[in-house]
Design a protein around this ligand. Structure first.
Ligand code: G4P
Length: 301
């Protein structure tokens, strides 16, 4: 990933610059393929994308399906299809779903190709670009579509030299440089989810609060996985919550983390529970899918 853009603080100036560059690239393409993280399909999108793309035909690429809850991934795919997007599901780590891209793009652009044919331009190539927030898998996806092994696709905004195109299929080209969208986390819940998945740095919150909130969320959505991994019994849960302000997800999650730390034997001198260590372990085990494959944003409505 391009260092400048992965570690950037998204000040308004950066956003404006990035948006202008993307708008310039958009003029060159017939379709926009937006990569989102299947684990957090709402928070990994930038809602401004609809305004930026206007009426261009759109595809949603639900990536990292190897890390997401398959049932929820299917529900999200259906939801995006119902909204008029072409949808594919990919696991770029294991090259799954990549071959669905070209047929889906061809279907998405069939009308445009027909119009070209009517005008006697049947051979004119159709063009698309990939967009998404940092770290969502844009570069890996482009490399795989291009059949490349190395990291040649660059997250390199603001290219003024000639554009590089990757051939996806006969008459279908993909811009080699993805459009980078900035993560939008004015909503603290969105910020939390982006930090849990590692899309933004952990330091939006102190580690124990970040992890407590994750614990509370997992306990709500996937209690069985937490019970099994940390050997928490229903009575542990009751004990953890005894006397707690159960309306506070941070307090609930922290209490559960204390129980988990006890079960794991994470103790400091004097028998004090090492909740900081537990917080790190929980985040690491969530991110590496040792706890399971979770989607923390269900389809609603
Ligand atoms: P970006 O261009 O959108 O910034 O993302 P990039 O392709 O650089 O991918 C970021 C990280 O996510 C990479 O891991 C990449 O391998 C991983 N990744 C991409 N797609 C998937 C997927 O579908 N499933 C999983 N599990 N991981 C995915 P990295 O550790 O930064 O690099 P690497 O050593 O794996 O190449």
């Amino acid at each position: 990933m391009n260092e400048e853009f992965s570690n950037i603080n998204w000040y308004p100036g950066h956003m404006t610059k990035t948006r202008r560059m993307m708008e310039a690239d958009l003029k060159l393409v017939d379709a926009v393929c937006e990569i989102i993280d299947a684990r957090i399909p709402i928070s990994s999108r930038n809602p401004d994308i609809d305004a930026i793309c206007g009426t261009k035909p759109r595809m949603v690429i639900l990536n990292r399906i190897d890390m997401a809850d398959p049932v929820r991934t299917r529900a999200w795919a259906d939801r995006f299809k119902a909204r008029g997007f072409s949808v594919i599901q990919t696991d770029c780590k294991n090259r799954k779903g990549i071959t669905d891209f070209s047929p889906a793009l061809n279907r998405l652009l069939a009308e445009k190709r027909r119009r070209y044919a009517e005008k006697g331009m049947a051979g004119k190539p159709l063009k698309a670009m990939v967009v998404g927030i940092p770290n969502v898998g844009k570069s890996t996806f482009i490399n795989q579509v291009a059949g490349r092994k190395g990291a040649k696709a660059e997250n390199r905004p603001g290219v003024t030299r000639g554009k590089q195109w990757v051939t996806v299929d006969q008459g279908l080209l993909l811009l080699d440089t993805p459009g980078i969208l900035w993560p939008k986390f004015e909503d603290p819940e969105v910020g939390l989810r982006l930090a849990w998945t590692g899309a933004i740095k952990d330091d939006i919150l102190d580690l124990e609060t970040l992890s407590s909130r994750l614990m509370a969320q997992l306990w709500q959505d996937y209690p069985q996985a937490i019970r099994e991994r940390y050997k928490l019994e229903p009575e542990d849960e009751a004990a953890a919550l005894d006397g707690m302000c159960s309306d506070s997800p941070t307090a609930r999650g922290y209490a559960l983390m204390e129980q988990a730390a006890r079960k794991r034997g994470f103790l400091l001198s004097g028998g004090v529970l090492d909740t900081e260590r537990m917080a790190k372990v929980l985040l690491e085990e969530y991110r590496s899918c040792k706890l399971g494959r979770f989607t923390l944003e269900p389809v609603e409505g």
